[in-house]
Design a binder for this molecule. Structure first.
Ligand SMILES: NC(=O)c1ccc[n+]([C@@H]2O[C@H](COP(=O)([O-])OP(=O)(O)OC[C@H]3O[C@@H](n4cnc5c(N)ncnc54)[C@H](O)[C@@H]3O)[C@@H](O)[C@H]2O)c1
Length: 483
């Protein structure tokens, strides 16, 4: 349990029986000892319970365990827990399987479905899913369920921190008010802002925002992240401010990518030889105020669990509170249109060669929604495959070394396990993700496998200018998004 100083502010995070306790907020020594310092006695930093052990939960659990915490990762999904328990890592994230195995072997990380484990924790992190409901409103039923599941076990002095993305007010109204009926807990919201594919590195380097229900909650949350991850912590004045920070970040990203997509379409439409990446690099050299213009990179679409829903959360909030916000709808419409746009570009190339799409063999490289990730949730590749079919393409082989067979099966996609087989005699080589394996594929290698004169469609591989010249010199056609 974290020690709550009698009558006052301040929490000691990392405390040992042999050194003075410090209030890390003020850096002043505090009086007294923690009521319970079981984790510290065992040489561990904090005892942490993580409720929801999917992508975010299992990643945070593994990273916190490697920082010295004793971690119980809890989930209601029996299949997921069984996989982790038998040593599999069902979450495809670079480095996660190794980190998870190491921390389990060291005895610092356990997976299970026993919610009573939270009783032992100093800190409880809530990382359950918050999907988009069918009517485009946030579905917070998992937050409700997770809160109810821990109600019997929470104790005075524990810090409960919500990491799931939620609309403002949920931490206070759904989590804190319910838990404080049974225990004097500290409560904070701390948005998770890591990106899949680079999650482990980002968890230990990105600044973390926290907003507590009161000063004590904020201080405890701040100390926790500083002591465990050693990252910069930004304390905002309330959980609601921190909740909106997360939505603002994702709205900015989605809108910025939409801007890049519109610029790419403009470069495609203009009768000049334009490369949108060159245009963006030039535009980004402008300093405005404290920062540079930072237009992101266009691709074949936006997918995944966050950017496809969080702008809708913002939109719904506006509507519910009497304000019509136009940017979330705009960014979603632009980005959701990219798969069909790319399919139409590929079909246009076929028509320009007087080839019937139905006579062409396509090799699609990438099913995941993101580079170097195996996550296929809401992947833009699926609507692109559908759009290719609607354009008349019938013969499509798909290869993605990061994606698990069972995840592809869920989409009804049969993955070809061999990149060479996928590329062999293909009339179109369609790069839809930029996995390292695909980046390593040189123009010469593509030429040695694909059919003569094939199209290389660059959705997210981002060949550089000299590689594009090489592709063309080898007798192939190149088409990128806006290039
Ligand atoms: N995936 C990302 O890149 C990312 C990034 C930032 C923030 N987020 C946010 O983090 C949250 C989690 O995202 P995720 O990608 O890990 O989702 P996920 O679906 O991979 O994981 C959620 C887990 O919660 C479990 N769960 C559901 N109800 C539960 C309950 N009552 N008790 C215990 N476990 C329960 C599910 O079984 C699942 O394993 C979401 O709010 C998401 O918006 C995700």
């Amino acid at each position: 349990m974290l020690h709550r100083r009698r009558g006052g502010r301040g929490y000691a995070g990392l405390v040992t029986p042999t050194v003075k306790m410090w209030n890390y907020r003020t850096e002043l020594p505090m009086r007294g000892w923690p009521k319970s310092y079981h984790s510290v006695c065992r040489g561990l930093m904090y005892k942490v319970a993580i409720v929801g052990s999917g992508f975010i939960g299992s990643t945070i659990a593994s990273v916190l365990a490697s920082s010295g915490c004793d971690v119980d990762a809890i989930d209601v999904n029996e299949r997921l827990i069984a996989a982790f328990e038998r040593g599999d890592c069902p979450i495809k994230e670079p480095g996660l399987a190794e980190l998870c195995a190491k921390q389990k072997a060291a005895g610092r990380l356990r997976f299970g479905n026993d919610f009573s484990r939270v009783a032992d924790a100093d800190v409880i992190l809530v990382t359950v899913g918050t999907p988009l409901a069918e009517d485009f409103t946030p579905d917070i039923s998992h937050i409700h369920a997770a809160t109810e599941a821990i109600v019997p076990y929470v104790r005075d002095g524990q810090l409960v921190m919500v990491k799931s993305t939620v609309p403002p007010g949920i931490t206070r109204v759904v989590v804190a008010e319910r838990l404080r009926q049974v225990a004097d807990v500290l409560v904070a919201f701390s948005p998770e802002r890591l990106a899949e594919g680079t999650a482990i590195r980002e968890l230990s380097s990105l600044p973390i925002v926290v907003g507590g229900l009161d000063a004590e909650s904020s201080a405890a949350a701040e100390t926790f992240w500083k002591k465990t991850l050693g990252v910069n912590v930004i304390v905002v004045s309330s959980p609601e401010a921190a909740e909106v920070v997360k939505l603002a970040d994702n709205l900015w990203i989605d809108l910025n990518i939409a801007l890049a997509h519109d610029l790419a379409k403009l470069c495609d439409a203009l009768p000049y030889d334009l490369d949108v990446l060159e245009v963006i690099a030039g535009a980004n050299s402008l300093k405005k105020g404290q920062h540079y213009v930072n237009i992101l990179t266009p691709s074949n679409g936006v997918g995944g669990y966050c950017l496809t829903k969080d702008p809708w959360f913002v939109h719904t909030l506006g509507t519910r509170h009497g304000t019509e916000l136009l940017t979330p709808q705009t960014s979603r419409a632009v980005n959701a249109g990219m798969p069909a746009y790319c399919a139409s570009q590929i079909a246009q190339w076929a028509r320009s060669r007087d080839r019937l799409p139905s006579s062409l063999q396509l090799a699609v490289l990438g099913l995941a929604f993101k580079t170097n990730s195996g996550d296929v949730r809401l992947t833009p590749v699926m609507p692109l495959l559908d759009a290719l079919q609607a354009e008349g393409f019938r013969s499509v082989r798909v290869h993605d070394p990061m994606v698990r067979k069972e995840d592809a099966d869920d989409w009804g996609v049969v993955l070809n396990p061999s990149m060479d087989d996928t590329l062999r005699n293909a009339d179109g080589v369609i790069f839809l993700v930029g996995h390292d394996d695909f980046k390593a594929l040189s123009p010469a290698r593509i030429a040695s496998l694909a059919a003569p004169g094939a199209l290389v469609f660059d959705g997210r591989r981002y060949f550089d200018r000299s590689e594009i010249a090489e592709i063309q010199d080898l007798g192939f056609a190149y088409k990128g998004v806006g290039r």
